[in-house]
Design a protein. Structure first.
Ligand code: B12
Ligand code: SF4
Length: 523
């Protein structure tokens, strides 16, 4: 049987990274079936196109995975596929919470023949076998013989065949430049960001997050050996095609067990499996200097930190009181000292937020080493404690907001400001962090660092700008390049002519004790 795994586009950005679930399920598919992958972010398709594709390729089963924000598109695509007579199975965090919606059991239209609840590592082979025999059931749940939910242990994680998977749709290097760039250094003909997981689960249970409910508070890890092997395979692939590759460790909290993270990073270093990597780690776990040394030495470049708010009252409300705003600066400086920078994520619209929250946050951000601040609106995702609380309080203005997803638009009323005020705050945050002046300031703040770091922060800021300000298409990019031409000129000049010698800071006044000694010794 031919199987298509499809991930819908998010309608806002071209995702910079493919979704892991597709590669994982492909690797877990029983022998004898062919699996094709389409990520709508890389290969945009509409309903008619996907139906045609399914017919042309003689697909026998389609699997669709989606987050809440993509579910409306996922349902439309599923409807078009089912109209061709091909069964659709859906999985992922949204349908796990809203299975009745996907199956049309809530009074609405039916979109899926079957849903896979929760982690599908163990149910997927059964789904494929049932579909091949025309005996697809409606619901697949990962349960043990007693009917209790069972979480895969990850100890026998499958080897994803990165050396042979078709990754053409995920190359971030523009087609026209590939030939030329392949010849530069070790080669830049391809550049891909590949998702790798080293573990699952987070016990913290922040109020707005689906992770603790979905993956459970039982934390599970792959063996170090299996992660190291995967990194080595990815490195070999990049080398063989004269390209580059970076890894996003998609674990919810990569350092949730600091001892184990250190041991993994040590093993990566020992095996020479270092790649440039990004990971999500909460600020409270970044206190350990040895951990930060190992992050830097193993190739860690960017750490995503869910700071959420600089207001402790908000953090407490969200059950995220373990975030201590007073230690954010120290955490970021600890990272920056090793040239590791942070993607700092903030949520606007929390119950203690009032107008001016974006500027109050930026007052702090400006005192930190440069990074990539991002701003989002508090969103009640189905299945979260936040959703239940707001529903009970009658504060949901669009209880089924996912059925008509509107980017950067609230679905509930904040307590101390209006929805429009919250939108304006998010806009303020993005506009002030990604204006040409702000980007130039970020680059200049790394004045003492080698050119590579300055270029890195410049390019990263340009890309992240696109999360809020749509930058789809060549024209949009040209406009951004024109707006940032001064910074580009300075960086290019430095690359071509080298760095202008900067005035050395005056020698510091000797410390009191040194002065005393020098005077006493007659120097
Ligand atoms: C990596 C990641 C991202 C990446 C992008 C996704 C990517 N390209 O991988 C980035 C950083 C860009 C991102 C952004 C966002 N993310 Co995100 N992200 C994740 C993260 C950390 C890992 C995803 C992952 O690969 N997990 C590992 C795989 C193996 O798990 P999985 O995808 O759930 O798949 C398993 C099952 O669900 C199931 N399954 C999944 N799909 C399918 C399909 C079929 C057919 C079947 C049978 C089974 C199946 O089988 C898999 C194996 O068990 C998750 C949290 C998490 N741990 O999952 C959040 C998560 C998916 N993100 C989330 C959110 C909310 C967002 C944002 C909206 C945040 C924001 N406010 O901006 C944005 C939106 C991005 C966008 N514009 O599209 C939520 C989604 C919740 C929901 N109900 O939708 C999650 C769950 C985290 C959370 N805080 O609750 N994210
Ligand atoms: S620390 Fe992160 S992954 Fe864990 S519950 Fe909180 S937001 Fe979710």
């Amino acid at each position: 049987m031919k199987i298509l795994l499809y991930n819908p586009d998010n309608g806002v950005t071209r995702n910079f990274m493919p979704h892991l679930w597709m590669f994982l399920l492909q690797a877990l598919t029983p022998a004898g079936h062919e699996v094709l992958l389409i990520d709508g972010n890389a290969q945009p398709m509409d309903e008619a196109q996907i139906a045609q594709y399914v017919r042309d390729q003689k697909i026998g089963l389609v699997g669709i995975g989606a987050m809440t924000r993509m579910i409306a598109k996922a349902y439309r695509m599923a409807d078009a596929i089912r109209a061709t007579g091909v069964p659709v199975v859906m999985g992922g965090p949204h349908v796990t919470e809203m299975a009745d919606e996907a199956l049309g059991r809530d009074g609405g239209p039916r979109h899926a023949d079957a849903v896979a609840l929760g982690e599908a590592d163990e149910t997927w082979p059964q789904i494929v076998n049932d579909a091949a025999q025309g005996k697809l059931k409606e619901v697949y749940a990962p349960v043990d013989v007693f009917g209790q939910e069972r979480k895969p242990s990850l100890q026998d994680y499958p080897a994803i065949p990165w050396q042979s998977i078709d990754l053409n749709q995920f190359n971030l290097v523009p087609g026209a430049a590939r030939g030329m760039l392949q010849k530069i250094g070790e080669g830049w003909g391809t550049f891909r960001i590949i998702p790798v997981e080293s573990g699952r689960g987070c016990p913290y249970g922040c109020e707005f997050c689906t992770v603790t409910g979905f993956f459970g508070d039982s934390i599970r890890f792959r063996t170090n050996e299996s992660v190291v092997k995967e990194l080595l395979a990815l490195k070999a692939r990049a080398r063989s095609e004269k390209g580059q590759m970076a890894v996003f460790f998609i674990d919810d909290n990569f350092a949730i067990n600091v001892k184990r993270t250190k041991s993994l990073l040590r093993d990566i270093i020992t095996a020479g499996a270092q790649v440039h990597w990004v990971a999500q780690i909460s600020a409270n776990l970044l206190r350990d200097e040895e951990l930060i040394d190992l992050i830097a030495a193993s190739g860690g470049k960017w750490i995503f930190i869910g700071m959420e708010s600089v207001d402790p009252a908000n953090l407490k409300d969200m059950n995220k009181g373990f975030n201590k705003p007073e230690e954010y600066a120290a955490v970021l400086e600890r990272l920056a000292k090793r040239n590791v920078y942070a993607i700092t994520s903030f949520i606007v619209g929390m119950d203690n937020d009032t107008t001016g929250v974006a500027e109050r946050t930026l007052e702090q951000v400006r005192t930190w080493p440069p990074g990539l601040p991002i701003f989002g609106l508090l969103t009640p995702l189905p299945g979260t404690p936040l959703y239940k609380r707001l529903e009970t309080a009658g504060r949901l203005t669009r209880p089924k907001h996912w059925q008509e997803f509107i980017a950067f638009t609230m679905a509930h009323t904040p307590l101390k400001m209006t929805i429009e005020e919250a939108h304006a705050e998010v806009n303020y945050g993005w506009a002030h962090c990604y204006s040409p002046e702000a980007i130039a300031d970020a680059v200049n703040s790394l004045d003492d660092e080698p050119l590579g770091y300055r270029v890195n922060i410049f390019l990263a800021r340009l890309c992240f700008r696109g999360i809020y300000f749509p930058m789809l298409g060549k024209f949009a990019w040209l406009k951004v390049i024109a707006q940032n031409r001064k910074t580009i000129f300075i960086l290019v000049k430095e690359a071509v002519f080298g760095r202008k010698k900067r005035p050395q800071p005056a020698a510091p006044e000797p410390a009191y004790a040194e002065r005393e000694t020098a005077e006493a010794s007659g120097d």
